[in-house]
Design a protein around this ligand. Structure first.
Ligand code: SAH
Length: 386
């Protein structure tokens, strides 16, 4: 979305205007705003996040890397085209399929206005309105609190807007963007925000990003930010169900692969289990002290040295678990041993669950207490022949 970056360009890209010194923000101001949101996400771990006025969706893209978020929604009157978003970095990549997330993630972009009510936006944990309100005319600004605070009523709302007290430090003494309907000083923003917070039973704290240069500290941050938190009493009240009302047009939606889906869990678990057992098997084969039939494998050859980072405690746990063994040309790794491997243990929390999943994908021994693999495969035969 050109508009946004244009919007930031005067302050972020330091256009040369001879009359006044250029103010350079490092990192650029728009990034400081996004980092501010990311920090709050890290702190509060919201599951459902909506960005109103998402622009070019950079913030949404940055937020998709937060594993706590399961629903990420953007709303913008502009919103672009479906094909634009399909080929964007909002769609899952090959890497997302190879290493699925622990939890589901859906990203949905809607075309619509932040001052229209759509029931799909009700009950979010966090809503962000980054450089949005100054684009609303007086009529829309008047509707905004009732929709966002009253109807959507998320747990936390972040609103950022230009601080006009900073503007005299810029070369041009106009609004920061042509589409801005107003730019408020700190008193104006804080009065509006406090009134809204009181009316809808939120508390609000003020801060900002983009520190003023030395000597101009009195003007405050370049971007002023209000962080609103819903007071608890209101939270229970708003649990009353909201009638469905779909007003926004969906322009893009995508679901990321996750371990919540059984087929992904099976794939990742099987790969992890095979990696661990393969490592044990190969070391068993090359161990000169081994006897093949039914002999317990020596201690240190059962703990893979490569590809796994294990602490001393984890290693001790692995070593004290039942040992792999060999019968004929088959190599067996007890499930009780496999589950001690941190990467396996992260995926399943009990031997029963491990058994039930592996029995669908891999070969287990008769009493289903151990994974069974061939002692020699093509690779190990080739390796041993050298
Ligand atoms: N939040 C983005 C974009 C800020 S520019 C960022 O920080 O980079 C403001 C954005 O709000 C634009 O993308 C514009 O299309 C959108 N916008 C303007 N009025 C809106 C409204 N009523 N509802 C939703 N989005 C709106």
């Amino acid at each position: 979305m050109g508009e946004n970056k244009e919007c930031n360009s005067m302050v972020d890209n330091c256009e040369e205007v001879p009359t006044k010194e250029v103010i350079e923000f490092r990192p650029p101001l728009y990034k400081q705003r996004y980092f501010f949101v990311k920090n709050l996400v890290q702190q509060h771990k919201p599951k459902k996040v909506a960005d109103l006025g998402f622009g070019d969706a950079t913030l949404i893209w940055m937020l998709k890397y937060h594993h706590c978020i399961e629903h990420l929604v953007g709303v913008d009157t502009y919103a672009g085209s479906t094909s634009q978003w399909e080929i964007s970095n909002l769609s899952p990549s090959v890497g997302d399929y190879l290493v699925p997330r622990d939890l589901d993630l859906t990203i949905t972009l809607y075309r619509g206005s932040a001052v229209q009510k759509d029931s799909r936006l009700v009950g979010f944990d966090l809503m962000t309105c980054i450089e949005l309100i100054e684009h609303l005319d007086s009529e829309d600004l008047a509707k905004f609190p009732e929709v966002v605070f009253g109807y959507y009523s998320p747990r936390i709302i972040i609103i950022s807007t230009p601080n006009s007290e900073f503007n005299p430090l810029f070369p041009a003494s106009t609004f920061r963007h042509l589409d801005h309907k107003f730019e408020w000083n700190r008193m104006q923003f804080q009065t509006w925000a406090s009134d809204v917070a009181n009316l809808y039973n939120y508390s609000v704290e003020f801060t900002g990003v983009g520190s003023p240069p030395a000597g101009a500290e009195h003007v405050g941050y370049c971007t002023q930010i209000g962080v609103f938190q819903k007071n608890e009493a209101k939270a229970t009240e708003s649990c009353i169900s909201t009638p469905e009302e779909h007003v926004y047009e969906t322009v893009f939606t995508t679901a990321y692969p996750s371990l919540q889906e059984k087929k992904n869990l099976l794939l990742v678990l099987s790969a992890e289990v095979l990696r661990a057992s393969n490592s044990m098997r190969l070391r068993f084969i090359v161990d000169p002290k081994k006897k093949v039939n039914g002999r317990l494998v020596p201690e240190d050859s059962c703990v893979p040295r490569y590809g796994l980072i294990v602490t001393d405690a984890q290693r001790a746990q692995i070593e004290s678990s039942p040992k792999p063994y060999c019968v004929g040309k088959k190599f067996y790794v007890p499930l009780e041993r496999l589950i001690t491997f941190p990467k396996v243990n992260r995926l399943v929390d009990s031997v029963e669950r491990l058994r039930s999943l592996l029995s669908e994908a891999l070969k287990l021994n008769r009493d289903q207490s151990a994974l069974q693999v061939d002692l020699h495969d093509h690779y190990s035969r080739t390796m041993l022949s050298y």
